[in-house]
Structure formats: C-alpha cells, structure tokens
Write a protein that binds this ligand. Structure first.
Ligand SMILES: [Zn+2]
Length: 587
C-alpha cells in the first residue's frame, strides 16, 4: 500500500509541475576535456547544460557493460525522486515517442537542427503539446504503448523548454533520467560527456582484477591449461610462467567520488607489453547493431557468474566492432624467448585520471605444450563465422546467418525429453566460445501429427536455458512452427491453453473506493500478454502497464459518484482471453 500512496501523491505533483513552463537551468560550461579529440570535434556549445536542473551525479556511464549491451547514455540521478523537470538543451522538434512497459518506458526523442538527436528515457510524463499529443494518440488508437516517428516540426521545441518529467518507467531500477545524444541521421549514439557537461571526478579508476587466459588447448600458465587471476589473487607481483599463446583481461571501474556506491564505466584501457602499446579499448560512440558485441569483448562466463566484467585483450575474428583495438596478433600475446616480460595496464576515466598496474611473466619455450586429446575429439558440426549455417535433424532445423557467431566453432546438438512439452527438447550450443549469437538464430520444429487441428493455434515454441523456460514469438508454416531466438539452448513445442490472470490490488468488489489510481496485477503463464483493454462504465481507459511490477495503473478520474463498473480483457500471444469485471463504489 505504501507504493500506492507514493504513486498517488506523485501523479498529483506531476500534473502541477507540468503546467510550469519556465526554466532556470544554467550551469557554467567547462573545457577541460580536451585530453580527447572526440570532445573537440563535438563541442559546439549546444549541449553543455544538463537536461535537468541538478548537478551531475551519475548512476550509469556511457558504454558501461550491461547484459548483452553497452549502456547507450548517461543515467542522471534525480535525488531518488520522480517528477524532476526535463528541459530541451537546444531548439528542435519531437521526432519520436516510444512508450513501453519494458526497456526505456516512456521515451522522448528530440531532433535538433545541428544534426543531433537527444533521447530521454524512463519518463513519468510528457509536458505541454507533447503530453496532449500522447493522450490523444492513446485514446484514438486504444493503446497505452506505442512507438511512432513524428514528421519534422509537427511538435516544435525551444531551447530551455520544459518537455517532460523524470520517472522510473520501463526497466528502470530506481528514479533517474537516462539521457542520450545521437547523430540524427543514423542514431549513432555518442558519449554525452564529450559535449562539455559540467561535472567533477577527482577519483582515478579502480583496477579490481586482472586475469590471464591460455589462448588454446596447448598453452599453459604456471604449468596449467587454465586461466589465472594475477590480481588481486596473488600476493604482490609474483612472476608467472607462460608457455604458448595467451591473452589478458581486466576488471575495472570508475567512481566520481570516493566511497560512491556506483561503479561507473571507464573511458579507456591500454595494455602495454614490454613498454609497447599492444591493445586499446575505448567506446566513445557506437551503433546499436554493434551493442551485442559486448559479449565477445568480455569474459562472458565470469560475467554470468557474478557480473564482474573482465574486458579481454583478444579480438575474435567475427566481432566487427572497432572499440577493441589490437595492435598485434589480434590481442594474443606470445613470446619466443626465455626472458622476463613486463605487462602493464593503464586505465583512464573521462577526466583523464589514470590508474596503472603491472606484472611480469617469464616465457618458457622449453615447456612441453600439452597436446590435449580434447582438441582432437569432435562431436559437433563445424561452423564458420562468416558463412551461413544450416542444420537438419529429425523434426528440427536451425539456421544461423553469417557473422552471427564471433569465431569458428562447432555446433553441438542433442535431444532429451522433458515434461510439459509435446516434442523432444532439441538442444543447441557452441562447443568452444559459449557466447550467445550476435543476432537471432532461426529454429523450426515439426508439429507432431497427433496434435488435433483445433489445438494448432495454441502451440508455441519455448526456449529452455537452465531453469529458464521462455516462449519465443512463433509462426506456423506448413506443418512446422518457426521462431527466432537470441540464445542457443533447448527448443521444444508447448501447448498454451491458459488465459492470463488479473487481480485487483487496491480495491474490492462492491466496496467504497477513494483513491485516485486503480491498480491491478496481471500475469500470463507462458506465451505472454499480447494485448489488454480497460473500460470504466463502458468507456475505454488508458491503463499504464509497468512490466517490472506486472501492474496496470488506471486513473480513477472517470469514476462517478455511486456504483461504477470497471472491466478488463487480456489476451495472450496464442489468443487465450480473460475478462474480468468489478463493481466499484465511489462515495
Ligand atoms: Zn540508462
């Protein structure tokens, strides 16, 4: 109930704030970011003020490593509260509005005449003409969530204009503003810190871990064919013996003030071998189709275990990003002598504060390289990263586009049985680089002949990963079901005959109701809620869907005195429908 109260008071405050169209949002500009040439090429002075009238406190940095993506903007703290006013940093027009229960939640895009586009995510409300447009669109189309491009200048915006209020919508884990600056022409996203936003960061980055990894089955590190944590595991800077080819990885983050609980991303990592620059990592800007290459860049298995992101020196051949620049040997280190070699990491933040750490390795060319029999065994189908791959097995097929895996590998395939599915589970995976595919893979499963025609539209393909079973968007095609998947794993067909469920949260049948917001919880067992509608006394209502709490929020403004009916219909992805009606008494 605490949550309910907060939402109520929030909505009241928000509508008040939106009516105030003034701004006092000036910060002095700064010009101390010239350690980077990206900055000087971008600073045109139009984006040197914060979009909110608060000093910068970052809950997230540009290009920070997140599951399956680089973070594409700055997460600006809003003192733990929603409803902070958002001001346009420059003249322009609203070019896109995206509203979703997930991801960025309520998102505003403003295109500016100088070729940039600014993006604002997790908003609670759109202001002025933007707010009126959104409301009209929702009522005219009977949707809460939508994603549309707007024609040039249909909603104009002036520099300093109040455009929205911050919030916590979509996948946000707490109130903040996600702010991006992109090139308008292709949505290439750029680090906003390069545009001269004011902030201070006297603290140099922290190096939290360094590892070295054998590059193949023959290489050894201290006599073993397995990775070794060099720091902080080993005391001091002990010498390490290496034989054969290896690569390194570093786990590092930045803090803007000492003791800050937030581990922000760093600007640059440089790796020196015997004093020579060997590898550099830096992400000043990226295209969204590159964002998943983050998986190829890090020690993926370690990240899955505890979210520590070791950025690796080696560059996989099918990874087409250019953030991870290897100056030699694709980032693999190998010595052909029996000498001691110095390996040094230097890490910088966006203010140019630098931390370094070095260690020594002793090369041993006399060491007998293990000729692991594992290397000779093959139980998979070879897959070449730049070629199309097709696998046909009984009742199952798999298609992988070129450059959808990051290096040559072997596709492992087997089947098992499982409960609650009507086909065998077809397991797929890569033998060497256990990374998810870069883009979706295509799977097809034959519909068993025993399934009656009447049940065919209730079938869905599920993907099983560990304990996780999720439905893939599925289409039927000539006796087969087809789906795309962002992961390898087990694939099987399920029957979904269970309709979504809905429960009232802050009201009861026939009881007096005084709050301003009506809240329900919704869920679906398998294929997911595809659409829903809410009616009060027969009239369609905007019901705000919040994915992270599985809730719908409906304004109680249209309840009249006395008895009202509120009804919901919910449909899942295979067409199972639930209808529920309550009587609400407004005293
Ligand atoms: Zn963000």
């Amino acid at each position: 109930m605490k949550y309910t109260t907060r939402i109520l008071s929030l909505l009241i405050t928000l509508s008040f704030l939106c009516s105030v169209e003034a701004q006092n949002n000036s910060f002095s500009t700064r010009s101390d970011s010239d350690h980077n040439n990206v900055a000087s090429s971008l600073s045109n002075g139009n984006y040197t003020t914060m979009p909110i009238a608060l000093p910068m406190s970052l809950a997230g940095c540009f290009a920070e490593i997140r599951p399956n993506h680089f973070h594409s903007g700055l997460d600006l703290r809003t003192n733990g509260k929603e409803g902070e006013k958002v001001y346009a940093p420059n003249d322009g027009y609203v070019s896109r509005i995206n509203i979703s229960a997930w991801g960025g939640g309520k998102v505003l895009y403003i295109t500016h005449p100088d070729g940039y586009r600014t993006v604002y995510m997790h908003l609670s409300q759109f202001c002025g003409a933007i707010g009126r447009f959104v409301e009209d669109y929702q009522y005219n189309n009977h949707v809460y969530a939508f994603d549309i491009d707007l024609p040039k200048d249909s909603i104009k915006v002036k520099k300093g204009q109040l455009v929205a209020l911050t919030g916590n919508t979509g996948g946000s884990a707490g109130p903040h503003l996600h702010y991006e600056i992109r090139l308008a022409e292709n949505d290439q996203t750029i680090n906003p810190l390069y545009f001269g936003l004011p902030y201070s960061d006297p603290v140099a980055p922290t190096i939290a871990g360094i590892k070295i990894y054998p590059a193949n089955k023959q290489s050894t590190i201290n006599g073993k064919n397995s990775e070794l944590k060099v720091f902080p595991e080993s005391k001091g800077e002990n010498d390490i013996t290496v034989a054969g080819r290896f690569y390194t990885g570093i786990y590092t983050y930045d803090q803007m003030e000492s003791g800050s609980r937030n581990k922000n991303g760093i600007e640059r990592i440089e790796l020196f071998v015997d004093g020579e620059l060997f590898h550099r990592y830096q992400v000043p800007t990226f295209m969204f189709e590159e964002t998943r290459t983050v998986n190829a860049l890090i020690d993926y298995a370690q990240y899955q275990r505890n979210r520590e992101y070791y950025i690796l020196s080696r560059h996989l051949r099918g990874d087409r990003n250019n953030f991870n620049i290897a100056f030699k040997n694709n980032g693999y280190i190998e010595f052909f002598d029996n000498n001691k070699h110095k390996i040094e990491y230097r890490v910088s933040d966006y203010k140019g504060n630098t931390t370094s750490r070095s260690f020594f390795v002793i090369s041993d060319t006399s060491a007998k390289l293990t000729n692991s029999s594992d290397n000779l065994r093959s139980n998979g189908t070879p897959i070449v990263y730049f070629k199309r791959f097709h696998l046909d097995r009984e009742g199952f097929s798999l298609d992988i586009e070129p450059y959808n895996i990051y290096d040559n590998d072997e596709l492992i395939y087997r089947t098992t049985t499982a409960s609650n599915v009507i086909t065998p589970v077809h397991w797929t995976g890569l033998r060497n680089n256990a990374l998810p595919p870069h883009q979706s893979i295509n799977v097809a499963l034959a519909i068993p002949g025993s399934i009656p025609a009447s049940m065919r539209d209730k079938l869905t393909i599920v993907c099983i990963n560990g304990k996780n079973k999720s439905a893939c968007p599925t289409k039927e095609d000539n006796g087969w079901l087809k789906a795309t998947s962002r992961t390898f794993g087990g694939f099987a067909i399920c029957i979904d005959t269970t309709a979504p469920s809905i429960n009232g949260v802050n009201f009861s049948e026939g009881k007096p109701f005084k709050a301003n917001i009506i809240i329900v919880k919704i869920s679906d067992n398998l294929s997911g809620i595809a659409n829903y509608n809410c009616y009060i006394n027969g009239e369609w209502q905007v019901a705000e869907h919040d994915g992270k709490t599985s809730s719908l929020y409906v304004s109680a403004n249209s309840l009249h005195k006395g008895s009202n009916t509120i009804s919901f219909t919910l449909t899942d992805a295979v067409g199972n429908t639930t209808e529920k009606t309550w009587k609400i008494l407004k005293p």
